[in-house]
Design a protein around this ligand. Structure first.
Ligand code: ADP
Ligand code: MG
Length: 880
């Protein structure tokens, strides 16, 4: 966006230029009466983005000024669109009204920026996604090149959440993927990929010492140490975030929770590739339809949905936390009578966290206080339900919930019950939000106003009679106040009438005022104003009491928590979901596990085939072969998903499960199909393989699909082989490794903890039937030609392919030296070239067959002969 020089601007435009200079990166919404107007480059950008008409207003430096505008009443919808398109918007309001300036200085009304609307600092329901957190993330790095620490601070001002962590540069991508922030502050060099577009304009980070004082001042504590031991990098990031928020809210900092330090090790390590591969909260195409969260979400409220998303985005590694969550929903499973009433109560609970967020940002409205009132009522109802079901003897989180919901802030609750009117206006300025009987002073002001209105009505009747004019009306007029209004034709006869003062004439009416009317007008105005002021004061004081209460954010969290565990209990109640046994070792046994998303997507009478997965210490690497479409990727994903669900503390779609806590989960399923980022498939694959080999350990679970697919066969085979060996022998991770290189199954002979499995396939009248069943053993064929037929490739092509395959296989066998299967460091293994003859004899025999010329009997004989050769072959290789 470019802008002309402000030189020679009209006074109003000079004001615009000054405000624009305060926030050059944001579109300036310049308040003019009932519109926000945009000028120059802002107008051009906004008109295009919003698809509204671009006009001009006045001139500047001899050229017309481009202009567009949006009505104030419709501004939220337009703001939402601009924010979604990556704009930031500065809102400049008039800070005085024309009336308040009567007789005062001339020139344009004073204006000031009251708010900078940015993606990470939103509080309005219109601008927020109810189902997701909305985070502002600040990053700050300290330390020298070899020991850089990155401090991260993230804040959701719509709920007051404030958390801090320190991470290594290598762990930063994980954190970004986990938090998925709406807006990022800090050194742009720290951020890559899709997150670059979420960077806010750079602001210089404060020095550590001043960062500490910024934080303690903003959090209202004398010494930061009093609330935690925060390293420098966290303080700098925290101060950056807090100061930025203050700036966007025109100097006012919304209520924030005490910053909580997050131990990144307390969370299951999930890197961006793993998250993408598992489609936890978002599918690869960015939609939310076929995701894990959509398949398991049984929550009833937006806050519950947000919390469930959070649990899935950051599963725990803390055994006691996981078990506490399991205990909570297991308890609900046994209290079937609670399900319905609890569900009803939760459904009636308002989105308290977001209401508190608006109140603390100074943008609260009457309905937000009503939300607080209803939430407190709801909290009592829920506490009663829990107590009635014996929560006191129940698990810790349930007993705590009951304790922290019952009868909290009773004074505030009573005050809100008494204060709020039945029919609430949308905005405080509209008046009428406080019920009669709450404040004697307010009631007096209102009755004065209403009495005077009645007197006005009586006056109209009196004047009609006195003047014999039934068409006379007393009306309220925007500029003139209360006036006597008569048809224009009658106007002239009243002009000289004593007591009537002519004010205005139009073609249809004449307007007069009287002494009495003027004083009534003043009285009504004063009483009305007074009532409004009183209402505003009462609102402000109730809002203040609300924000002072520590109970309310807790209640908001408990609603969300109960919603999530109620949903988990509902899943578990069906009988198809189980509570996994969680342990502090490396166990991994899933019985009859299913993939919840694939299962939900099956249509017709297709049934999902459950599968076991056992990764015992002596067989912790599972090698899975099988043709395309047999269900390998699904099986891989479902086992990775089991870890996410189990460590989130949620039920599993399985008959039973025993899982030793996983510290990092690596899933590379379907990665080969991810070309979106413009790197070659192979490069992506290798980068991701490198990440696994560099980071996985004995507590990790590694799930790899079709590694080496992106390159030439031999390259791919070699890389898959080496990776499998490394995972098996060096990393010691639990691993499921799916491959189409059937050659790798032979490695089971040399790698003691490798267990070969395959997808069961049945041949039926020359066609292949996938049974989706995982069995011990290895695949004999890849069935690619059959899959081609299933996919609808024309029969002639399929036949031709089958024929070519036969020839190629024979060729391949003849041309290639045997694979060096014993080159795995085992000195005892004979060198492959010790036995060239048996092998080539077999190849030669196969190659020399002429199937078209053979009788069935000759073919059978040939098979016997080949088998004999093959057995000799095995003997020579040491496997007989
Ligand atoms: P592969 O990775 O072996 O090519 P996929 O895992 O992609 O196979 O599965 C192919 C299709 O088979 C899936 O889209 C799904 O419809 C079906 N499928 C996979 N696993 C199962 C199962 N266990 N039960 C029923 N259908 C399954
Ligand atoms: Mg696959």
């Amino acid at each position: 966006m470019t802008y002309p020089s402000p030189e020679g601007a009209t006074p109003a435009m000079a004001q615009w230029f000054a405000l624009k200079a305060e926030n050059p990166d944001a579109l300036l919404f310049f308040r003019m009466g009932d519109f926000y107007e945009l000028f120059f480059g802002d107008a051009q950008s906004a008109a295009t983005a919003l698809d509204i008409s671009l006009t001009t207003r006045g001139t500047h430096a001899g050229a017309p000024i481009p202009m567009c505008g949006v009505p104030v009443a419709a501004a939220p919808a337009y703001l939402a669109r601009l924010i979604r398109r990556g704009f930031r918007v500065a809102i400049a309001e008039q800070t005085a009204t024309p009336e308040s300036r009567k007789g005062g200085p001339k020139g344009p009304l004073p204006r000031a920026i009251v708010r900078l609307v940015t993606p990470g600092t939103l509080t309005e329901d219109d601008l927020l996604d109810a189902s997701r957190q909305n985070l502002l993330l600040a990053l700050a790095s300290t330390g020298k090149r070899s020991a850089v620490r990155i401090g991260a601070a993230w804040i959701d001002i719509s709920t007051g959440l404030f958390e801090l962590a320190s991470v290594s540069p290598m762990a930063l991508p994980d954190l970004l993927a986990r938090l998925d922030p709406a807006e990022i502050l800090g050194d742009p060099a720290l951020v890559t990929g899709e997150y670059v577009s979420r960077l806010a304009p750079t602001i210089a980070p404060p020095a550590p010492a001043s960062a500490r004082s910024i934080l303690s001042r903003n959090l209202g504590v004398a010494q930061l140490d009093a609330i935690g031991d925060f390293p420098d990098e966290q303080c700098v990031a925290g101060a950056l975030a807090v100061e930025y928020i203050r700036r966007t809210q025109a100097g006012r900092l919304p209520r924030l929770a005490r910053p909580a330090q997050v131990e990144t090790g307390a969370v299951l390590g999930l890197d961006p590739a793993t998250r993408a591969s598992l489609e936890l909260l978002r599918a690869r195409d960015g939609t939310t339809e076929h995701t894990l969260v959509s398949a398991i979400d049984r929550t009833l409220t937006a806050a519950g949905g947000r919390l469930l998303g959070l649990w899935l985005a950051s599963p725990s590694t803390d055994l006691s936390l996981i078990i506490a969550r399991q205990d909570a929903w297991s308890w609900l499973v046994t209290r079937t009578e609670l399900a319905d009433p609890l569900g009803r109560a939760l459904r009636s609970a308002p989105d308290l966290a977001r209401a508190l967020g608006r109140l603390s940002a100074g943008r609260g409205q009457p309905r937000d206080l009503a939300s607080v009132r209803d939430a407190l009522t709801c909290a009592d109802v829920i506490a009663g339900l829990l107590a009635g079901a014996g929560s006191a003897q129940g698990p810790r989180l349930i007993a705590d919930a009951e304790q922290n919901l019952a009868n909290r802030v009773p004074d505030l609750h009573a005050a809100l019950n008494a204060a709020l009117a039945d029919d609430l206006p949308a905005r405080v300025e509209d008046g009428g939000l406080i019920a009669t009987g709450y404040s004697a002073e307010l009631d007096r002001a209102r009755s004065l106003r209403d009495d005077s209105r009645r007197v006005v009505a009586e006056l109209q009747v009196r004047l009609q009679a006195e003047l014999g004019l039934n068409s006379l009306k007393i009306r309220h007029h925007a500029q003139l106040g209360y006036v006597v209004e008569v048809p224009a034709a009658m106007g002239a006869s009243l002009r000289d009438r004593p007591g009537l003062l002519f004010r205005q004439g139009t073609t249809s009416v004449a307007r007069f005022s009287t002494e009495e009317l003027a004083s009534l007008d003043r009285a009504i105005l004063d009483a009305g104003e007074r009532a409004l002021v009183l209402e505003r004061q009462i609102f402000a004081s109730l809002a203040e009491d609300t924000l002072a209460s520590a109970a309310l954010p807790e209640i908001a969290e408990l609603f969300a928590f109960l919603d999530v565990v109620r949903g988990a209990a509902q899943l578990a109640q069906g009988g198809d979901w189980c509570r996994p046994e969680m342990r502090d070792d490396t166990a991994f046994t899933l019985r009859a596990m299913r993939h919840p998303v694939v299962e939900a997507a099956l249509t017709g009478d297709a049934r999902f085939v459950p599968n076991d997965c056992v990764l015992a210490p002596d067989a912790r690497v599972m090698l899975l072969t099988g043709p395309n479409m047999a269900g390998k990727s699904t099986f891989l994903r479902q086992n990775a998903i089991a870890v996410v669900l189990a460590q989130a503390g949620l039920p599993l779609p399985a008959r039973s499960g025993v899982i030793g806590i996983v510290d990092r989960l690596f899933s590379r399923v379907g990665a080969a199909d991810d070309l979106a980022r413009g790197r070659s498939t192979f490069m992506v694959e290798m980068t991701e393989t490198a990440a696994i080999l560099n980071q996985a350990g004995p507590r990790s679970l590694v799930v790899v699909d079709e590694i080496g697919r992106g390159t030439a066969t031999l390259d791919g085979l070699a890389i898959a082989w080496a990776t499998l060996e490394a995972v098996h022998s060096d990393l010691g991770s639990r691993c499921i490794f799916a491959t189409h290189f059937h050659e790798l199954t032979d490695l089971a002979d040399t790698l003691p903890r490798l267990a070969p499995f395959t997808m069961a396939v049945r041949e039926w009248r020359g066609d292949v039937v996938f049974q989706h069943e995982v069995r011990r053993g290895s695949a004999k064929r890849s069935w690619g030609v059959h899959v081609a037929r299933l996919a609808g490739v024309p029969e002639v092509v399929v036949r031709r392919a089958a024929k070519l395959l036969g020839a190629l296989e024979a060729d391949h066998a003849r041309a290639r030296a045997p694979l060096p299967l014993f080159d795995a460091g085992q000195a005892a293994a004979p060198e492959p070239h010790d036995a060239p003859n048996a092998h080539s004899a077999l190849h030669e025999a196969v190659a020399n067959l002429d199937p078209d010329a053979m009788t069935p009997r000759a073919a059978l004989d040939a098979i016997y002969a080949l088998r004999k050769l093959a057995l000799e072959d095995d003997t020579v290789l040491g496997r007989g």
